[in-house]
Write a protein that binds this ligand. Structure first.
Ligand code: GLU
Length: 312
């Protein structure tokens, strides 16, 4: 498959180039590639570089996957080059009366009484219905501090649902999420929806820490008149205390494990064991073995614990 036919659907891996990929990120990225290959989709790559960029990380992430035998079917999409598309999406929502300026600081939001039935952390609606006079004075106050208002979606805490291949029905309340932050950076929920649609992504496979964001993103796609993708959230790899893997856990990144002697086939052997597919297709040594061995219908939704070797 050459991968250039947009009529063929696509899957993707969209790591933030904010640091080194750890074994859990690698497992999710490999699963995304395997799913695309098993279902005849293109496999695309997106560099989510709007925030927290570590120099060299985007190239190093692509190199790691190339070593593992995975290359995207098209050149990666780079978010920092797509401001016009994000602005156009906000303009469309604004034309429908669905965008408002928000002048709240994080502290203001934390201290405001929350709206009835809103999930913890949901925006309390402070700036939703301000009059023009109040807006002017808030704008002036922010300008004096060199700040700009954020832009929020008028979503009014509505329930939205998606169906996930592994998790089944995922419901969440959609609050007035941020579309563009006060520092001018386009917000994750907006950029992901605009980019997935523009690339023809019709199934999103990623870690299940983002499952609760899927209803918001689906709702935003609906408002923007974009096609709805399918969803497949895979379990995360956690440390022994049940938290996300981090530096303090020892050798968890690709580079650290390589320097402790792991060869490329060892990553596939570990992935096979971690997914509980030990009895399928012999011992995996390559991504082709993984394509033959992964059975999404038999995949567990339970997180996997990685006991990191001590980082010497
Ligand atoms: N860039 C996000 C991350 O690295 C993933 C975004 C997504 O898959 O929707 O966690």
């Amino acid at each position: 498959m050459t991968g250039s036919d947009p009529a063929v659907g696509a899957g993707r891996f969209a790591p933030s180039p904010s640091g080194d990929l750890h074994i859990g990120n690698i497992r999710s990225g490999l699963l995304s590639y395997v799913r695309a290959r098993q279902t005849g989709r293109r496999f695309l790559w997106r560099i989510e570089d709007l925030d927290r960029v570590k120099a060299g990380a985007a190239d190093s992430q692509l190199e790691i996957f190339a070593e593992l035998g995975v290359t995207p079917d098209e050149p990666p999409v780079v978010q920092s080059g797509r401001a016009e598309e994000y602005s156009a999406a906000i303009a469309k929502l604004a034309a429908d009366g669905l965008v408002y300026e928000c002048y709240c600081s994080r502290k203001d939001i934390a201290e405001a009484p929350s709206a009835p039935h809103a999930p913890p952390g949901a925006y309390p609606g402070t700036c939703r219905n301000l009059g023009e006079g109040e807006r002017k004075s808030h704008r002036r106050r922010l300008e004096a501090n060199n700040r700009r208002p954020a832009l929020r979606l008028r979503a009014d805490n509505r329930e939205h649902r998606v169906d996930d291949v592994l998790l089944g029905r995922v419901d969440a309340l959609v609050d007035d999420l941020v579309l563009r932050r006060g520092d001018g950076i386009f917000a994750y929920n907006l950029t992901v929806v605009v980019d997935d649609a523009a690339s023809g992504i019709d199934e999103i496979l990623r870690g299940d820490d983002l499952a609760s964001s899927a209803p918001r993103q689906a709702y935003l796609a609906e408002l923007l008149g974009l096609p709805q993708p399918g969803w497949l959230h895979v379990p995360l790899v956690l440390n022994e205390s049940g938290q996300r893997l981090a530096k303090r856990d020892g050798a968890v990144t690709y580079q650290q494990l390589r320097s402790l002697g792991w060869a490329v086939p060892d990553f596939f052997a570990w992935t096979q064991q971690s997914l509980g597919f030990g009895d399928v297709g012999g011992r995996w040594k390559s991504v082709d073995d993984m394509i033959s061995g992964v059975d999404f219908a038999r995949m567990s939704t339970a997180p996997m614990v990685f006991v990191a070797p001590a980082d010497s």
